[in-house]
Design a protein around this ligand. Structure first.
Ligand code: HEM
Length: 419
C-alpha cells in the first residue's frame, strides 16, 4: 500500500521558485498546518485569507520572541537572529502593547505621509540616476543594478545619513541580505557596524539639533524631537527604530521592484496596458497595478513571527500556549474564497484588500514610502526602456530562500540601449 500523501514538500528548491501550488494544497487540505521549518523549529502555518487576517490582529499572538521562544529547558526554540540581544532588536516588530503603542505613536509623528510625499522628487532623481548607469549597455541585472540600491539610498536620504557614508550602508545591507538568517559571521559584523554608526549619528544629531524644526528636517532629527505626553525616544530606542526602518524597508522594496517587474515581463498583455497608460500620463492603473503586484507575488511571503500567549483556536485548529504561528501572506492573498481568479494578474483589480502590508497594529509603517518607490521605479523603467525583456529562462532564475521574504537573486534583462 502507498503511504498516505501528507502534502507537498515545503521549503525545498522547487518550492522556493513557485510556492503557490503547495499553498493551494495547504489552503484546501490543511489550512492551519504544523510543520518543521528548515531550522528544526516547529511552527503553525496559517494559509486561508480569513484565518490569516484574524490571526494578524489577534492580541493573544505576541510578537515578543524573548518572552515566548524559550522552551521548558530555557533553550531557544526559534533561533531567529538576535532574539536574545536587546538593543537593536527591541523594535516595533518584536514588541507588544503598551510598548508598541508608545513607540509606534512616536515614530508616526516623525515618519508622516507628508514627509514621504516631500520626498517624491528625490526618489525620481535616484531612480533616473540608477537607470542612467546601465541604460547605455542594452542589458542589466535589475536586482543588483536597480532594485537593490534604490531603497537603500532612499531610506538613507530620508533618515539623514550623509551621502558620503551611504555606500557603507549599501555594503552592510548587502551582507545582511546575502547571508540573512544567521546571527554569526559577516552578518553579525555588519549589524554591529551599523549599530555603531547609527548610535554615533543619532548622538551627533541630538547635540546639533536647533530649538525649532527646519522644513527639510531629516527623519532622525524628527525622531529625536518627537514627543508623546512629554516622553521622547531614548537614543537606544531611536537607534532600534532606525534599524527596523532600514531592515523592514529595504529587502521588501527590492522584492516589490524585482517580483513586480518579473510579473509584468511574464504577463505581456497586462504590461502593454500599463505601459500605454503610463505613456498617457495616467495614474490610475499604476496605482491599482502596484497593489495587484503586491497581492499576486508580494515581497513578504510570511509575516514575521508570532507566539501564542495562551491556548487558542485558529480555523478550528487548537494551538498550544508558546507555539510559534506564521501567517502565510502569499497563500492568503491567493485564496479563491476572497479573490476572483486569484492566480491571474489583473492590474485593474479593484476589490483588492490584500494582506501584503500585514493587518492590525503592526500594519506596515512604511507603506506610503514603499508605494512611492514602487510606482516611481516601475513607471520609469517602462517609460525609459519600453522594450524591456527578460534575458533568461524563468527556470534558471534563482529565488532567495529565506523564510519571511520572497524575492529573486537576479533578474537579467535586455533592451535597446539608450545613449
Ligand atoms: C511592517 C510589508 C516596505 C517599515 C510590515 C509588515 C508587513 C510589511 C507585511 C507587517 C509584519 C507583521 O505583522 O509581522 C512591507 C512591504 C513593503 C514594505 C510588502 C514593500 C513593498 C516598508 C518600508 C518601510 C517599512 C519602505 C520603512 C522605511 C515597516 C515597519 C514595520 C513594517 C517599521 C513594523 C510596524 C509595526 O510593527 O508596528 N511591513 N513593508 N516597510 N514595515 Fe513594511
Amino acid at each position: 500500500m502507498n503511504a498516505p500523501y501528507l502534502g507537498p514538500e515545503l521549503f525545498t528548491w522547487e518550492f522556493a521558485s513557485d510556492p503557490y501550488p503547495a499553498y493551494a494544497w495547504l489552503r484546501e487540505h490543511a489550512p492551519v498546518h504544523r510543520t518543521t521549518l528548515p531550522s528544526g523549529v516547529e511552527a503553525w502555518l496559517v494559509t486561508r485569507y480569513a484565518d490569516a487576517k484574524q490571526a494578524l490582529a489577534d492580541q493573544r499572538l505576541s510578537k515578543n520572541p524573548v518572552h515566548h521562544s524559550e522552551d521548558a529547558h530555557g533553550k531557544s526554540k526559534t533561533g531567529i537572529p538576535g532574539e536574545r540581544s536587546a538593543n537593536l532588536m527591541t523594535h516595533l516588530l518584536n514588541i507588544d502593547p503598551p510598548d508598541h503603542t508608545r513607540l509606534r505613536r512616536l515614530v508616526s509623528k516623525a515618519f508622516t505621509p507628508r514627509r514621504v510625499a516631500e520626498f517624491t522628487t528625490r526618489v525620481q532623481e535616484l531612480t533616473d540616476q540608477l537607470i542612467d548607469q546601465f541604460a547605455h549597455k542594452g542589458s542589466a541585472d535589475l536586482i543588483h543594478e536597480f532594485a537593490f540600491p534604490l531603497p537603500i539610498y532612499a531610506i538613507c536620504d530620508l533618515l539623514g545619513v550623509p551621502r558620503e557614508d551611504q555606500d557603507d550602508f549599501r555594503d552592510w545591507a548587502g551582507m545582511m541580505i546575502r547571508h540573512g538568517g544567521g546571527p554569526r559571521g559577516g552578518v553579525a559584523r555588519s549589524v554591529k557596524k551599523m549599530r555603531g554608526y547609527l548610535a554615533e549619528l543619532i548622538h551627533r544629531k541630538r547635540e546639533a539639533l536647533p530649538d525649532t524644526p527646519s522644513p527639510g528636517e531629516d527623519l532622525i532629527s524628527g525622531l529625536i524631537r518627537a514627543s508623546d505626553h512629554g516622553e521622547h525616544l531614548t537614543e537606544n530606542e531611536a537607534a532600534a527604530m532606525c534599524f527596523v526602518l532600514l531592515f523592514a524597508g529595504f529587502e521588501t522594496t527590492i522584492n516589490l521592484i524585482g517580483n513586480g517587474t518579473y510579473a509584468l515581463l511574464r504577463n505581456p498583455k497586462q504590461r502593454a496596458q500599463l505601459q500605454k497608460s503610463i505613456e498617457r500620463g495616467e495614474q490610475e492603473l499604476l496605482d491599482t497595478g502596484i497593489e495587484e503586484l503586491l497581492r499576486y507575488d508580494g515581497p513578504v511571503e510570511l509575516a514575521t513571527w508570532r507566539y501564542a500567549t495562551e491556548p487558542l483556536d485558529i480555523g478550528g485548529q487548537h494551538i498550544a500556549s508558546g507555539d510559534p504561528v506564521l501567517v502565510v501572506l502569499a497563500a492568503a492573498d491567493r485564496d479563491p474564497a476572497r479573490f476572483d481568479e486569484p492566480d491571474t494578474l489583473d492590474l485593474s483589480r479593484r476589490d483588492n484588500q490584500h494582506l501584503g502590508y500585514g493587518h492590525g497594529i503592526h500594519y506596515c509603517l512604511g507603506a506610503p514610502l514603499a508605494r512611492l518607490e514602487g510606482r516611481t521605479a516601475l513607471a520609469t523603467l517602462l517609460r525609459r526602456l519600453p522594450d524591456l525583456r527578460l534575458a533568461a529562462d524563468p527556470a534558471d532564475l534563482r529565488w532567495r530562500g529565506g523564510l519571511i521574504m520572497r524575492g529573486l537573486r537576479n533578474l537579467p534583462v535586455e533592451f535597446t540601449a539608450v545613449r
